[in-house]
Unconditional design. Structure first.
Length: 428
């Protein structure tokens, strides 16, 4: 009888626990090579073990653009996620859809969230705030950096501890690093800067290095600056690497395959995300270095990567569970582990003081480059109708790189098309 009562009580308790379990939906992307989805799923499993009353329904959305499209489809279907990791620069697009809410009401009541906001690197908060409100919290954050093959440097008579610092030096080094066989065929290119995948990210870095910006910071998401001299210099520089100097592959260079080409020794220097550090670390069979991207008139890159957003429509129990999950994923310890697993920058300053992070940096000093480059970073293109605007600019860039259009014609036409794409959002 006593055993039966115990069993009934246990079943009742289990039923009560199940009834009180809260399920939240979480969409996330993977933007670089490597088993990053497996890492994120592992973190989610750990969170659920620590919080058995919360179930996280994960949805892997693909790359950044694919994930954004899936989230937008869910919003339009009336079934938005509770949270999602989306590009930090998607803020204006999400506001235009009336899809997200700021973190401020929760920050004001939660010292842990307030401390997190103070602890994030300021550069990573540039795309997160608007009018004094915090609309997203950093997670998989990055800057683009220069990776270079130290063994190839030695072979070419270059100092492996002195990477190129200027655009002119980059070209000079790339000429010496480009290797041909007896028939004159290239077996190793000097440098590769990806051009495809509907992205303006690496172009933005070149524009900053040329002294400009791809947007007006006072434009509130409505002023994109394509038809400018810094943009023309940036596009022409990329075109010249292949078509004039012969040190880079002809045609459009794929974002996704570039880290693999570097690890395989097919190219000696690449521009890519620090988020690819984990893949390169695990696959390159040679000593490699990382460095700031070279300058024309100044150092500079855009920040990059994605943040956690809160979507409208969650009931109080789901919102509480969602915030608990976000705090776990953005904690100093988890950010350190994520940086070590992936190569992304640990977005919280306190993460870098943890013993596991100090040991990682001791073994892999290449991880510090992106963090130090934050001192020269600018906000990534913040604009309404983001993907269409990026598509237009990327098309113009590719036309120049492929030699289909003169750079002045390309930027002039792109500026007109971008202005048209922004008009429905900005002339209200």
């Amino acid at each position: 009888m006593q055993k039966r009562k115990w069993l009934i009580g246990a079943l009742a308790a289990l039923g009560l626990g199940l009834a009180q379990q809260t399920t939240i939906t979480f969409y996330y992307p993977v933007g670089v090579a490597g088993p990053l989805a497996r890492f994120i799923e592992g973190y989610v499993s750990e969170f659920q073990r620590q919080n058995p009353q919360i179930r996280v329904n994960t949805v892997f959305g693909g790359n950044y653009e694919e994930n954004q499209a899936k989230v937008v489809a869910a919003i339009r279907a009336g079934n938005p996620p509770d949270t999602a990791i989306l590009l930090s620069q998607q803020l204006y697009t999400l506001l235009a859809m009336d899809a997200i809410e700021p973190f401020d009401p929760y920050i004001s009541k939660d010292p842990e969230l307030a401390q997190a906001v103070r602890d994030f690197f300021p550069a990573f908060m540039m795309n997160s705030t608007l009018d004094g409100r915090v609309y997203s919290l950093p997670f998989q954050r990055s800057t683009p950096i220069l990776y270079y093959n130290k063994e190839a440097f030695r072979e070419a008579g270059l100092d492996p501890e002195r990477p190129p610092r200027t655009w002119d030096e980059l070209v000079e080094y790339a000429k010496r690093l480009t290797k041909r066989d007896a028939q004159g065929r290239v077996i190793r290119y000097g440098v590769a800067i990806p051009t495809e995948d509907r992205s303006t990210w690496l172009l933005e870095g070149l524009v900053i290095q040329a002294g400009g910006l791809l947007y007006d910071p006072a434009g509130r998401g409505c002023k994109v600056l394509v038809d400018t001299e810094p943009v023309r210099k940036a596009m022409q520089f990329k075109a010249d690497l292949a078509r004039k100097h012969g040190v880079s592959p002809e045609g459009v260079i794929a974002w996704g395959t570039t880290p693999g080409d570097f690890a395989a020794g097919k190219v000696a220097m690449i521009y890519h995300s620090t988020g690819s550090l984990g893949f390169i670390r695990n696959n390159a069979r040679f000593a490699f270095g990382t460095a700031f991207q070279p300058r024309l008139v100044r150092y500079g890159v855009p920040t990059g990567g994605a943040n956690f957003y809160l979507f409208k429509g969650s009931d109080p129990a789901k919102r509480e569970a969602t915030l608990r999950f976000i705090k776990f994923m953005t904690s100093p310890e988890l950010q350190a582990r994520w940086a070590i697993d992936s190569g992304y920058v640990a977005a919280r300053r306190s993460s870098w003081n943890l013993p596991l992070m100090r040991e990682y940096v001791r073994q892999w000093p290449q991880a510090v480059t992106a963090r130090e480059q934050l001192a020269y970073a600018k906000a990534e293109l913040p604009v309404y109708n983001l993907q269409q605007v990026k598509d237009i600019i990327a098309e113009a860039e590719q036309a120049v790189v492929l030699g289909r259009k003169d750079v002045r014609e390309a930027t002039r036409e792109a500026q007109r098309r971008v202005d048209e794409a922004l008009r429905p959002f900005c002339n209200r």
